[in-house]
Design a protein around this ligand. Structure first.
Ligand code: NAD
Ligand code: DAU
Length: 341
């Protein structure tokens, strides 16, 4: 493993991953990103002149562009982060999710197969397992759970996983899949729960909580996801799936209250709004396979991770104010306009 193509490297996890890789390892990294609304090269300003890093603007659905990036940079490893990643947007319109998440992954798999790629890691999600009952805390998602999806986003990610599995079995492409729980940390697009709530609280605006606020998510600091991806690349077995989670379940409403509390803001800012259609009730990951077989464990506890995250958004309001203008305002109106009771 020498030359890694990171797709979607200008997004939240991809940009954190590239920095993690350049600071901790000696690989050459090519960031291949279409720069959709979620892709932002400002996320990578700290490494833009690093001689082990290169950016190429390109679309994973475009075979010619993808193949040139692979050949010209003698790529031996592909990590596929590129995706449409926001559930609410997939409810407003699923087509782009099928294009990028399914067709784009298929294109990448074909390029990988035809160009002797030695490792292909698909960054997937715990959402492919559907939803867990709230009153059965003994139940967690394991790699053996069936894939049962409830949103267009999760259906598109599950389809991509199935294609990866098919390329492993049919063409012996060395594919690895990671399925991670909810990430949080710096540079997360403020359409997602934690950065949205921090930004709203700082601005003294209403914080829109879906339904009764009792949906549960399992939160992991983004660098811990990055370390799990490296453990999987270095020690994982081809054809296998590895779950990654924080063993850190929270009701949404408790996260929102925690953020308000840490920022010294009033809980009166909370506004319950209409629920997300098809809203999964609970996600909780069993990470024992990656912990026991590959020796991965998270470095952050939630207390330190959330402190660091809130500090980052407080200090970097220019970053999120910029991305929350323009196109974002139209999306916000479309998604939330009809949710307020
Ligand atoms: P993000 O939306 O912040 O970033 C996605 C990136 O992909 C952007 O830079 C965008 O420009 C790029 N992109 C989109 N379409 C593209 C295309 N056709 N070609 C090339 N680039 C394209 O997403 P994220 O939250 O960083 O998630 C990254 C990956 O991790 C996704 O595959 C997502 O499904 C998965 N994941 C996310 C989480 C989470 O909590 N955010 C958890 C588990 C898994
Ligand atoms: O579990 C992994 C997944 O986590 C990733 O695959 C996705 O890419 C990522 O977006 C995330 O999906 P969620 O739907 O869980 O994340 P989101 O931040 O959108 O929402 C988290 C919870 O907060 C969910 O129960 C919905 C709720 N929510 C979200 C928003 C944006 C609100 O109550 N209000 C909001 O305004």
């Amino acid at each position: 493993m020498k030359n890694i193509l990171v797709t979607g490297g200008a997004g939240f996890i991809g940009s954190n991953f590239i920095k993690y890789a350049l600071y901790n390892y000696n690989y050459n990294i090519v960031n291949f990103d279409k720069l959709t609304y979620a892709g932002n090269l400002e996320n990578l300003i700290d490494v833009e002149f690093n001689d082990k890093y290169k950016f190429i603007k390109g679309d994973i659905c475009n075979k010619k562009e993808t193949e040139s990036a692979v050949r010209e940079n003698e790529i031996d490893t592909i990590i596929n982060f590129a995706a449409e990643s926001h559930v609410d947007r997939s409810i407003l319109g699923a087509k782009e999710f099928i294009n990028t998440n399914v067709m784009g992954t298929l294109t990448l798999l074909e390029v990988a197969k035809d160009n002797g790629i030695e490792k292909f890691l698909q960054v997937s999600t715990d959402e492919v397992y559907g939803s867990l009952p709230e009153d059965r805390k003994d139940l967690l998602f394991t790699e053996k759970n069936p894939v049962t999806t409830n949103s267009p986003y999760s259906a598109s990610k599950a389809s991509a996983d199935l294609l990866c599995n098919a390329f492993y079995h049919t063409f012996k492409l060395p594919v690895l899949i990671t399925r991670c729980s909810n990430n949080y940390g710096p540079y997360q697009f403020p359409e997602k729960l934690i950065p949205l709530m921090i930004a709203k609280a700082i601005n003294d605006e209403k914080l829109p909580v879906y339904g009764d606020g009792k949906n549960v998510r399992d939160w992991l600091y983004v660098d811990d996801h990055c370390s799990a991806i490296f453990e999987t690349l270095h020690k994982g077995k081809s054809g296998e799936v590895y779950n990654v989670g924080g063993n850190n379940e929270w009701y949404n409403i408790d996260i929102v209250k925690l953020i308000l509390n840490k920022l010294g803001k009033s809980e009166n800012l909370i506004q319950y709004v209409k629920d997300r259609p098809g809203h999964d009730r609970r996600y909780a990951i069993d990470s024992s396979k990656i912990m026991n077989e590959l020796g991965w464990k998270p470095a952050y506890n939630f207390e330190s991770g959330i402190e660091k995250t809130i500090r980052w958004y407080t200090k970097n309001s220019d970053w999120w104010k910029k991305v929350m203008s323009g196109e974002y305002l139209k999306y916000y109106e479309e998604n939330y306009g009809n949710k307020v009771n």
